[in-house]
Design a binder for this molecule. Structure first.
Ligand code: NAD
Length: 500
């Protein structure tokens, strides 16, 4: 804790933050063509932070035109990859220099705790940008085994104009996951931040310009999803949509693509991740600690939130006690107090959705054995960690994505039943598995229908590992890892006749 400033110091910084509120198009901050603005609110206090440009179709058209122009001119796409890498690294360095300011801005715009912003969101975003930048001058093409009469070159080219449509739960980190590889490969990009959390994304534009990213290569259009997201999805000159958000909106992007230019669609969607404790686990101390992290980290506003804890029936009470013990260290309250591990829900409307699920859980017969009612602090949008017992696999809270600090205990009588319940979901983003037997770990991990299976820890892998879902959790590409570069590249064959 000694590395943190005091709450009063963070609050003073929050009051004196300077940040852009206009769209960033063609290297300039500009108002929405309509002149419209939207309020961005600090969800922890309910206070208005700023009025931000509320873009529409005309602004999207301007951003796509600027991105296309920069791409065709080759100012970025044809820059020597080593030079591009240096600029990307400079961009990451500027973020690092301004990390505390960015963390405070992220915290006030989203309700996330400052300690998480400082310890996780900022460092991971910066590391991610660095990792992908380093790949810029390490991409090789290939030569086909076409015999002595021809030379088949397999060449990778930047795809062109990439639009990234983003969620609000990790505003900066999701930018990092998409911008990192797309930028490193030489594309021109349009970012569309979630309407409720546009501020840190807009702030990035200042650092991008200062780092030397040429104008038009990075554009940012804040605004309502139904307007800006749809306009990007339908635009005939956007080559890829890289989307992270709900399954419901993800489906719309497939329609937008089919009704326009068949642009490539990469979907990172929702989840209902299981946390499976096999019957060979002797001591629950570590598993319970990870279960708390898996369920409540980032207030459960996490696509990999583990909201189904599947464990032996006869040891459920023991696991619950172990979770309660770990929860004692999880303070909730003012996000700018570095002692707090949990902040507020991101918005009033999301708070209402999460509380709706809690009420439904109770109405369907489950019991909230921990939490279950909002805390009357700050703006009133603070929901404590909530654990439901007496849950049936058919209950709504055991099936639908809640995206809040709510988890369920599901008792089973065998490991096989645990696996069956774990896989019995329309989603398949991530799964956690705890076991004392490494062979069981391998065997069950192979059987789990999820893009990431974390054994004996809760995680989403790291920068080096691809991340994405099975089933309704998405398809079309991956974030993170080398694989994430593929979706921002075209593969071209150049076939040269060598017969004289
Ligand atoms: P959302 O789907 O409501 O919004 C995501 C983005 O889409 C926002 O920028 C929004 O403005 C835009 N949008 C909304 N309506 C649109 C429309 N009609 N047309 C085009 N764009 C539109 O999701 P959210 O509430 O911001 O984020 C929560 C969801 O994101 C959860 O389901 C969560 O699981 C998912 N998520 C997934 C991952 C992952 O990597 N798989 C990561 C984080 C969040």
């Amino acid at each position: 804790m000694s590395d943190f400033l005091t709450t009063a110091q963070y609050e003073a910084m929050a009051r004196s933050l300077s940040f852009p509120t206009q769209a960033f198009i063609g290297g300039k901050f500009v108002p929405a063509a309509s002149g419209k603005t939207m309020d961005t609110i600090n969800p922890a206090t309910g206070e208005k932070i700023a009025e931000v440009a509320s873009c529409g179709v005309e602004d999207v058209n301007r951003a796509v035109a600027a991105a296309r122009k920069s791409f065709e001119r080759g100012v970025w796409a044809k820059m020597h990859p080593t030079e591009r890498k240096k600029i990307c690294l400079r961009f990451a360095e500027l973020l690092e220099k301004n990390a505390v300011e960015l963390a405070v801005l992220e915290s006030v715009d989203s309700g996330k705790p400052i300690r998480e912003c400082l310890m996780t969101d900022l460092p991971e975003t910066i590391e991610c940008l660095i990792w992908h930048a380093e790949i810029a001058d390490k991409q090789y093409g290939g030569i086909s085994p076409s015999g002595s009469g021809a030379l088949g070159l397999i060449v990778k080219e930047p795809i062109g104009v990439v639009a990234c449509v983003l969620p609000w739960n990790f505003p900066l980190m999701m930018v990092g996951w998409k911008l990192g590889p797309a930028l490193a490969e030489g594309n021109s990009i349009i970012l569309k931040p979630a309407s409720v959390t546009p501020l840190t994304t807009l702030k990035l534009a200042e650092f991008a310009a200062a780092a030397g990213i040429p104008e038009g290569v990075l554009n940012i259009v804040p605004g309502p999803g139904a307007l800006v997201g749809e306009a990007l999805g339908l635009h005939p000159d956007v080559d890829v949509i890289s989307f992270t958000g709900s399954t419901e909106v993800g489906r719309l992007f497939l329609r937008y693509s089919s009704e326009s230019n068949l642009k490539r669609i990469v979907l990172e969607l929702g989840g209902k991740s299981p946390f499976v404790v096999l019957d060979d686990v002797k001591d629950y101390t570590v598993a319970a600690q990870h279960a708390v992290q898996a369920a409540f980290w980032n207030m459960g506003e996490n696509c990999t939130g583990n909201s189904r804890i599947i464990l032996p029936n006869n040891r459920k009470a023991e696991f619950l006690e172990a979770m309660k013990k770990h929860l004692q260290g999880w303070k909730i309250g003012n996000p700018l107090d570095p002692a707090n591990a949990l902040g507020s829900m991101v918005s009033k409307s999301h708070f209402t959705t999460v509380m709706g699920y809690i009420e439904k859980g109770k109405a369907e017969g489950a019991t909230a054995v921990v939490g279950g009612a909002p805390l009357g602090i700050g703006s009133g949008l603070f929901i404590p960690p909530t654990i439901f017992d007496g849950v049936l696999p058919t209950h709504t809270i055991a099936n639908e994505e809640i995206f809040g600090p709510v988890t369920t205990l599901l008792g089973v009588n065998s490991n096989e039943e645990a696996l069956r319940i774990a896989n019995n979901t329309v989603y398949g983003l991530q799964a956690t598995l705890f076991t004392d037997d490494i062979t069981n770990g391998h065997l069950f991990a192979r059987e789990m229908k999820a893009g990431t299976v974390s054994v004996n820890n809760f995680s989403e892998g790291d920068n080096t590992t691809p991340f994405g879902g099975y089933k309704l959790s998405g398809f079309g590409g991956k974030d993170k890892g080398r694989e994430s570069h593929d979706q921002y590249l075209e593969t071209k064959t150049i076939f040269i006749n060598l017969n004289k």
